[in-house]
Design a protein around this ligand. Structure first.
Ligand code: ADP
Length: 296
């Protein structure tokens, strides 16, 4: 199964071009859709989840025309939206049972087996009688995955799933996604580079509705090999480097700015060549597309 997106466009009524001829080939496995806030990720996810109309373009999931045959998509889709509304007074077991019923698992015995298996799978069995309102962020996300798995979907879309999770919760969520990503298309939309680094065999970087890079993360790293330079600098020099058009990133280490520049040759005395990271790839691509070197 493959998801083929060609020339997808979406302009909102206020004139914002959220998707500008987006084309992506997404194979089975974990695919990271990486972009800053406002890049167009949620718009793309909502269109693929049949919740919103595109202006132009096509999307095919295997034989299914995603933009036209919405019913067929819904039958094979698992969607974990950015904001997952939950009923506060209901416990996890009751809620999952209810969603399974809505999704067409009408035989009581089958539903019981399914719900119990899912609760075990996402490691919420011990919490099954607890009200969803008392769940932590990570538990809510794992519950969200459980509900998205009902109906054995071939396409799973998770929109910004790790925002707000603490490192432990994030790790548990990563493990769960890795397990389910083996045989289905999983699209993980995120602005967190670490999510893609840890999970995804393929990715795309998007900004302002345009695809800036698509391919394996490793290829993007190779393309930057030998061109990333690092130096600790006094704060007063930061502006000059930002104006140079070569600045990829700037972070503080113990209060001192450490910058990365992208250059074919050593930019100046004191710069050392470093292994490119996915952050370098991401911020480099975003800064180039913004036509500036906004320090990150
Ligand atoms: P992301 O998920 O990457 O943060 P979105 O798809 O939510 O990006 O938004 C892309 C752009 O479209 C942003 O500039 C956003 O402000 C705009 N946008 C999103 N939804 C709407 C809407 N319903 N009406 C008008 N503009 C919107």
């Amino acid at each position: 199964m493959e998801l083929l997106i060609e020339g997808l466009c979406k302009t909102y009524a206020n004139g914002v071009k959220a998707l500008d001829h987006v084309s992506l080939h997404i194979p089975t496995g974990m695919f990271g859709l990486l972009g800053p806030n406002g890049a167009g990720k949620s718009t793309l996810m909502r269109i693929l989840a049949t919740l919103q109309e595109a202006d132009a373009g096509t999307a095919k999931l295997g034989e299914i025309d995603v933009l036209k045959d919405k019913e067929a998509v819904r039958r094979t889709l698992g969607y974990l939206p950015q904001e997952f509304g939950v009923y506060p007074k209901v416990n996890a077991l009751e809620m999952l049972d209810h969603i399974a019923l809505l999704k067409g698992v009408t035989v009581k015995r089958e539903r019981k087996e399914l719900v119990e298996a899912l609760l075990h799978r996402v490691n919420l069995w011990d919490q099954r009688k607890r009200r969803l309102s008392g769940f932590s962020g990570g538990m809510k996300q794992r519950f969200g995955i459980a509900q998205s798995l009902i109906g054995e979907p071939k396409l799973i879309i998770v929109d910004e799933p790790t925002a707000g999770l603490d490192p432990g919760e994030r790790n548990r969520f990563y493990n769960l996604l890795t397990e389910i990503g083996e045989n289905v298309v999983v699209i993980l939309s995120t602005h967190i580079v670490q999510d893609v680094k840890e999970l995804c065999s393929n990715m795309a970087i998007i900004n302002k509705g345009k695809v800036l890079y698509a391919g394996p993360p490793d290829d993007s790293l190779r393309a930057m090999q030998g061109r990333v330079w690092e130096k600790r600098i006094p704060k007063s020099e930061l502006e000059g480097y930002a104006a140079s058009g070569k600045l990829i990133s700037n972070r503080l280490v113990a209060g001192v700015p450490v910058i990365h520049l992208l250059d074919e040759e050593r930019p100046a005395e004191g710069f050392v060549s470093v292994e490119p990271s996915l952050e370098d790839v991401f911020f480099g691509a975003i800064n180039r597309s913004n036509g500036q070197t906004a320090a990150q």
